[in-house]
Design a protein around this ligand. Structure first.
Ligand code: SAM
Length: 262
C-alpha cells in the first residue's frame, strides 16, 4: 500500500536538509547512461524528491551527447519539490516538477523514453505505479529502479546495529524486484547490477542522521521503542568502532533495468 500523501509528509519535514544527509551515488547514473543507447531522452523520475538524481541524470546524458527533450520530476511532497525548484529554476529551467503520486502522473501516454525511481520504489503503490509506467513509456522505453534490497539492509550500519531495523524496513527483496513485472506481458527485466559503496562518516553525523530520522524506516518505530533502540545503537557503535570520527561501513544497493517491448 502507498503511504498516505495528503497533508504534510515525513519528507516535507526533511526537505530542507535532505540533500545534506543522503549521499548521491554516481554509479547508478553511469550505469543507466551506458546501458541505454539512444540519441535523445524524455525522462520521468518517480519519487524524485529534491530532484538530485534527475538533475545528475540530465547532466550525464548531456555530457555524453544525448539530447534531453523533456524531464519530469514527480513527487507527492510539496516540501521536497519546493526545495527542488529553488535550484531547478536556476540550473534546469526545462524540468517539469509535478506534485502527484507515481500512479497518476498526468503525463501523456507513450511520451517517456526513460522512467526512473531512485530510493523511492518502497514508497510507491506498486501495482498502480507499474501500470502507469507501462502507460507513459514509449515502445522500447526503459524503467530503471535503484534501491537497497532487504537482503542488503542487514549489512548496512543501521541494519547491523540498530535493533529491529530490517523488520521495520519496507525495501523490496531481490525476488520481488526480479519478478516485478511478472504479470505484465510487455515489460521484462533486461539487466541488473549490485553496487557496494564504502561510506566514511563520523559518529556525530550518524547520530544527527538517526535523530532526524533521515531514513524513513526510523520514522516507523513507535517513539518509545525508537528511543530505546537508539540508545542501544549508540552503545553498539561505541563498542564496535575504534575511531568514532572515522567510521567506515559498506552500503549496498542494486539497480534493475526493465524494458517495454516495441
Ligand atoms: C527516499 S526519498 C528519495 C528521493 C530521491 N529519489 C532521492 O533519491 O534523492 C522518497 C521520495 O518518494 C516520495 N514519494 C512517496 N510516495 C510517493 C508517491 N506515491 N508518488 C510519488 N512520490 C512519492 C517522497 O515524497 C520522497 O521524496
Amino acid at each position: 500500500m502507498a503511504e498516505q500523501w495528503i497533508g504534510r509528509t515525513h519528507f516535507d519535514q526533511l526537505a530542507r536538509k535532505y540533500d545534506c544527509y543522503r549521499m548521491l551515488d554516481e554509479a547508478p547514473v553511469d550505469y543507466i547512461i551506458r546501458a541505454i543507447n539512444r540519441t535523445d531522452q524524455s525522462i520521468c523520475d518517480l519519487g524524485c524528491g529534491t530532484g538530485r538524481y534527475l538533475i545528475a541524470l540530465i547532466k550525464a546524458f548531456q555530457a555524453s551527447g544525448v539530447v534531453v527533450k523533456a524531464a519530469h520530476g514527480v513527487d507527492t511532497s510539496d516540501g521536497m519539490l519546493k526545495t527542488t525548484k529553488l535550484e531547478g529554476d536556476i540550473h534546469h529551467p526545462s524540468i517539469n516538477w509535478v506534485l502527484a503520486s507515481s500512479d497518476r502522473t498526468g503525463l501523456p501516454s507513450q511520451s517517456i523514453s526513460l522512467v526512473t525511481a531512485f530510493n523511492s520504489i518502497h514508497h510507491l503503490p506498486i501495482p498502480e505505479t507499474l501500470a502507469e509506467v507501462e502507460r507513459i513509456l514509449l515502445p522500447n522505453g526503459f524503467f530503471a529502479i535503484y534501491t537497497r534490497l532487504l537482503e542488503q539492509e542487514s549489512e548496512h550500519i543501521w541494519g547491523q546495529w540498530f535493533p529491529r531495523y530490517s523488520e521495520y524496513s519496507q525495501v523490496p527483496t531481490r525476488e520481488v524486484m526480479s519478478n516485478l513485472f511478472e504479470h505484465h506481458e510487455y515489460i521484462r527485466l533486461v539487466s541488473a547490477q549490485d553496487f557496494t559503496f564504502e561510506r566514511k562518516v563520523s559518529f556525530t553525523w550518524i547520530c544527527e542522521q538517526t535523530e532526524n530520522k533521515y531514513y524513513s524506516t526510523l520514522g516507523r518505530y513507535p517513539q518509545q521503542e525508537f528511543e530505546t533502540a537508539y540508545s542501544a545503537f549508540v552503545e553498539n557503535i561505541k563498542s564496535n568502532y575504534e575511531y568514532l570520527d572515522k567510521i567506515t561501513y559498506p552500503s549496498n544497493y542494486s539497480i534493475f533495468l526493465y524494458q517495454l517491448a516495441s
